[in-house]
Each structure stands twice: as structure tokens, then as C-alpha cells.
Design a binder for this molecule. Structure first.
Ligand code: ADP
Ligand code: MG
Length: 362
């Protein structure tokens, strides 16, 4: 079910100060996709989620779920949370420790007063789906973190919601379990074909889970796109930097050629991906990610985008060295193979992949 958010704003007042948690947010969340709200802590993600669910009342705007307007200031509509047909999974899971797995999952159906047989069959089906068959009588406290997470998911799914919303549901898990659970969650949600709204500040989670990502900053929507669009070709400096390691270099468009846009920059003249909305003379920021800068050996005279630099620092991170390189006083981050023979202070030649040097327009 599609969710449409129109001009939603929300202010909070705390200790005599006004906090603009949401400023004129316009957003359409397409049906049956995993849609992620990504942004730094305090940017308004939870507030927006709570407005959709009905736990928070916006100051202005309109929210519709499918055909139904669930909140409108102007039309004076407020559909209470329990009538919106949504389920939410919280960071703390909020599963009840004194109850068994079965009772936890059955709870939303019991409050609806469904028949015993119906409840049993729905709970069993859902537990099978989240691979917790056989755990029915286990007290919820006797489960691992990952299993508790799956109980929370089962409880959210059992009433067959139109939309499921997640607020940083993996942040309490340790790194390894988080990776596994992320994969599991992606496969559960893809199989269900349900609209899922997922909130996180973790860029890897957003990239790996989502069909689309909306990046937020200071209560505003900054950019929306597929994970690949956001990572490989975002329009905004803030987004490019937030979604991954990025080398941002200032320059000016020198020429527009058939295949590349040529930019005069602080490291020299560099060929970049063509960008539709630049013209000669424009000041631009170019972005290149560390993995697209390669160390060159031997004759490099035939190649384009070769720059010489000095290795300022090397950090061994297992699958690579993270190296800081200085090219004409500009500091860049690159990744070097862990088996490479390089030392701090070395002069090296670097090739910048022109197809992955992209210009940021905002
Ligand atoms: P996020 O989930 O992105 O971390 P939140 O939506 O929780 O951000 O918060 C957005 C802003 O609103 C923050 O500055 C936060 O401190 C503030 N805020 C959220 N809820 C309240 C509240 N109930 N009272 C006062 N300020 C709040
Ligand atoms: Mg939050």
C-alpha cells in the first residue's frame, strides 16, 4: 500500500526552545517496497515514522495510506493508530519477557478477539515463516537476540498489516548477528511483498536492505533514490559523504567532451562522468570513492587521470590498507590491496576511474 506524505511539519518545544523535527516533508513511499529513511541521529526519522503510525500528531500537512487519508490538518481527519492497519517493530523489540513465544505472537490477535483455532493457525503459520517453528512454548527470555528479533517480526506480521514500520530494529544486535539478521529480514520482506518503512542511521543497513532510500537532514528530505543511485551518483554533497567514504574535490568545469566532462581541480585536470546540468565555467564538487582510485605501477603515459601523490598514512583494516594520500596539498582516502608493498612517505602514481568520478550538483 502506498503512503503519501504532503507538507508535513512538526515542532517540539523543549526547555523554552523550538525544535523543528520535520519541515515541510513531501514523500511518496511506493507500495510493496522496502523503503528506508536514512540520516544522522536527530534528523527526524523517528518523528516521521511516529506521524505515519499515529503516535505523533503533525502540526500541518496530510498523510494518506493507500486511498485513505489518515491525518489531515485542513480536513480535520485523525484515524487512531489501531485503525490504520499498520505494525511497528521497535529498536527494543518490546516483546514481553514473561510470555512464551506463542503468547507474544498471538497477542495482537487476542486483542482483536479472534477465535482460538484461528489464532493458533495464524501464529503457527507466521512462526514457520520466520523459522521459529518448535519454539512456541519457549519463554521469550530464553531466546538469543536474533530469535527475539524474529519474534518481534512475527508479532508485527501476524495481524497481516498493510504496512510494516521498523525503527532501527537491529541496533541492539552485535555486528555479526546484525549482518545475518539483515539478510534474513531482506529475504522475509521481499517474499511477503509488503510495504516496509525502515528507519536507520546505518548506511550499510540502508544500502543492503532497501529498494529505495530517502536521506534526511535536519528535518528535511534531501534526496531519494535506489541504493545504487545514492551511492554511485547522488546529487548532494551531504548525501555522497553520508552514504560512504567519499573524496570530495572542488573544481571548475574546463570543457565538455563527447565522453567526459573535464574539470580543473585542486589535484589537476581530471576527466569525469558526464553530468547533464553543468556547463563550462561552473564551480563543481567532484566525488570519487576510495575503491575507484588504483595504485599504478610501470609506464602510465598512455593512461588518463593519473596523479602522483605521497602516502601520508596507512591503516591496515584486514581486507585492505586505508591510506591517506596527499596530492598537491589535497588529502584523499584510498584503499590499497593488503599485500601491496607500500610505506608511509612513498611517492605513488594513482589512476582515477573517470567513469566513477561524478559531479555533485548541490
Ligand atoms: P531521529 O529518529 O532521526 O534520531 P527524532 O525524530 O527522534 O530523530 O528527533 C528529531 C528531533 O526532535 C531531535 O532534535 C529530537 O531531540 C527532537 N525530539 C523528538 N521527540 C521529542 C519530544 N518528544 N520532545 C522534544 N523534542 C523531541
Ligand atoms: Mg530515532
Amino acid at each position: 500500500m502506498e503512503i503519501r506524505i504532503k507538507s508535513v511539519s512538526k515542532d517540539f518545544f523543549s526547555e523554552g526552545k523550538k525544535i523543528k523535527a520535520l519541515s515541510n516533508v513531501d514523500l511518496t513511499i511506493p507500495a510493496n517496497q522496502i523503503f528506508t529513511l536514512l540520516g544522522p541521529s536527530g534528523c527526524g526519522k523517528t518523528t516521521l515514522l511516529r506521524c505515519i503510525v499515529g503516535l505523533e500528531t503533525p502540526d500541518s500537512g496530510e498523510i494518506a495510506i493507500g486511498e485513505e487519508i489518515v491525518w489531515s490538518k485542513e480536513k480535520n481527519i485523525f484515524v487512531p493508530p489501531e485503525k490504520r492497519g499498520l505494525s511497528m517493530v521497535f529498536q527494543t523489540y518490546a516483546i514481553w519477557p514473561h510470555m512464551t513465544v506463542f503468547d507474544n505472537v498471538a497477542y495482537p490477535l487476542q486483542t482483536r478477539k479472534e477465535s482460538k483455532e484461528e489464532i493458533r493457525s495464524k501464529v503457527e503459520k507466521t512462526l514457520r515463516f520466520v523459522q521459529l517453528e518448535g519454539f512456541e512454548n519457549r519463554p521469550a527470555t530464553k531466546l538469543s537476540g536474533g530469535q527475539q528479533q524474529r519474534v518481534a517480526l512475527a508479532r508485527a506480521l501476524v495481524p497481516e498489516p498493510k504496512v510494516i514500520l521498523f525503527d532501527e530494529p537491529l541496533s541492539n544486535l552485535d555486528a555479526k548477528l546484525r549482518e545475518e539478521t539483515r539478510k534474513e529480514l531482506r529475504s522475509f520482506l521481499t517474499e511477503l511483498k509488503i510495504t516496509a518503512v525502515y528507519v536507520t542511521h546505518d548506511r550499510i543497513e540502508a544500502l543492503s536492505l532497501s529498494d529505495a532510500i530517502a536521506v534526511m537532514k535536519d528535518g528535511r528530505m534531501v534526496e531519494i533514490g535506489t541504493p545504487k543511485k545514492i551511492y554511485f551518483g547522488s546529487d548532494h554533497r551531504f548525501v555522497a559523504d553520508f552514504i560512504g567514504q567519499a573524496n570530495l574535490i572542488n573544481g571548475k568545469v574546463a570543457a565538455i567532451e563527447d565522453s567526459y566532462t573535464i574539470v580543473d581541480s585542486s589535484i589537476g585536470t581530471i576527466s569525469c562522468q558526464k553530468s547533464p546540468d553543468t556547463s563550462v565555467g561552473n564551480a563543481v564538487t567532484l566525488c570519487i570513492r576510495p575503491e575507484f582510485i588504483k595504485v599504478m605501477e610501470g609506464d602510465t603515459s598512455e593512461e588518463i587521470n593519473i596523479f602522483r601523490g605521497r602516502v601520508e598514512s596507512l591503516l591496515f583494516v584486514g581486507d585492505a590498507y586505508e591510506a591517506e594520500i596527499i596530492i598537491k596539498a589535497t588529502r584523499l582516502i584510498i584503499r590499497i590491496e593488503p599485500t601491496a608493498i607500500v610505506e608511509e612517505g612513498d611517492e605513488i602514481a594513482l589512476a582515477f576511474d573517470p567513469d566513477h568520478c561524478f559531479l555533485l550538483s548541490k
